[in-house]
Design a protein around this ligand. Sequence first.
Ligand SMILES: [Zn+2]
Length: 161
Amino acid sequence: MPVDDDVTGDQGRFADPGWTTAELLSGTVLIECPTCRSRAQVVARRPANKGFGPRRLSCGECAYVADHDGNEWIVYEDGRDPWFGLPLWYRKQIALGVLWAYNEDHLEALRDYVLADLRERQKSESSGWANQSIFSRLPSWMKKAQNRKRIAAALDDMRHR
Ligand SMILES: [Zn+2]
């Protein structure tokens, strides 16, 4: 079936990929280095199990390194990494609230979500899996059509950081 979907992802359909926070956290999380403020990363030291497991923060700029046992993580609604609580690289305060993303893929997906006219929820085959989706849990101001342009513009700014 043809999907009315343009290359930029603008104004189209958004099919919720059903990402959970745990899945998102299995990848790289970009933060602001606590010592030099450059872009640093937090990665799993071995394949992460449901988002758990040891993490290493490393900065390519100043060589700062820190470890976390990864036995627990917290979703900070003000845009900090789940282990060290440091500001995410992609974080921006706007009048409506704080926009934040763990990495580029997350940022892109948020932009697609915000710009989509039609948002399709993933059908839940087994458990209440679909409700675990990060997109089903976004704050209501991110879902409102009247905020769409302002949020998309801010996400674009963040992308060019
Ligand atoms: Zn650094």
